[in-house]
Design a protein around this ligand. Sequence first.
Ligand code: MN
Length: 290
Amino acid sequence: MKTKSVERIITPPSPHFVGDGFRVHNFIPSDYHLSMTRMDPFIMLDYNSKFNFPPTDKPRGVDVHPHRGFETVTIAYKGKVAHHDSYGNSGVIGEGDVQWMTAASGVLHKEYHESGFSKQGGDFHMVQLWVNLPAKNKMSQPKYQSITKDQIAVYNLPDNGGTVEVIAGNYKDKTGPASTFSPVNLMNLKIKRGARTDFNFPANFNTGLIVIEGKIRINDNETADTDRFILLANDGEIFSVEAEEDSVVLIMSGEPLNEPIAARGPFVMNTKEELIQAYEDFTAGKFGRL
Ligand code: MN
């Protein structure tokens, strides 16, 4: 086994607002050496670093918009998001919860701060990750996985060093509850100062970390502060994380699909023709109503 070395530590790009409710650093795709294919199958990553929203009676968020061809994964660290879609689904993503939405053939949805959170205001800290779908699954039936905090598989690090909370894929003997269309590992490492642990993913899996809180050392030589994205090279399998402070780290590693990408706005397909079809279907009302 070889070490998966650090290819680059990326400071967060300047934030922008998505709607009026999500103040995000767009790590993927960006000019910071993270093209839409570099982290394949992870094609988009908006990181809402911890941001305090003042109280309001009118919930902030993003109004009705479509998606087709991929999955949106929302991970809530602080704050609560309510969502509604064109299939009549709705719910609240609370702190510690994950929503895994398979847009596939197409949904319309809207995403807002939950009304109680909006009235109270407070810290809001989220990740939205888009996971591409294999060509053969892009037009399958949309579905939701509402993964609550208590459903996430927890691996306890030795000596009370913390936990690895597995959302999808595997860490040692723990398997995450999310079902995926291609091999994807997604987990939160919650590690105490001074503790250390190792991860092992195939060399060809594209792998990245975000320091959600704290400060870590990777492979005993590179340190990364809060809000940094750490891109790992495809040169080995194993990397280590040691906490210089109590830390929370989002870890993603997935097998690349290596399929052509035709993307525009909320649609990610394989060909330009499929993109045009997506716009036609959306305009014709085939994504339903909301
Ligand atoms: Mn959306």
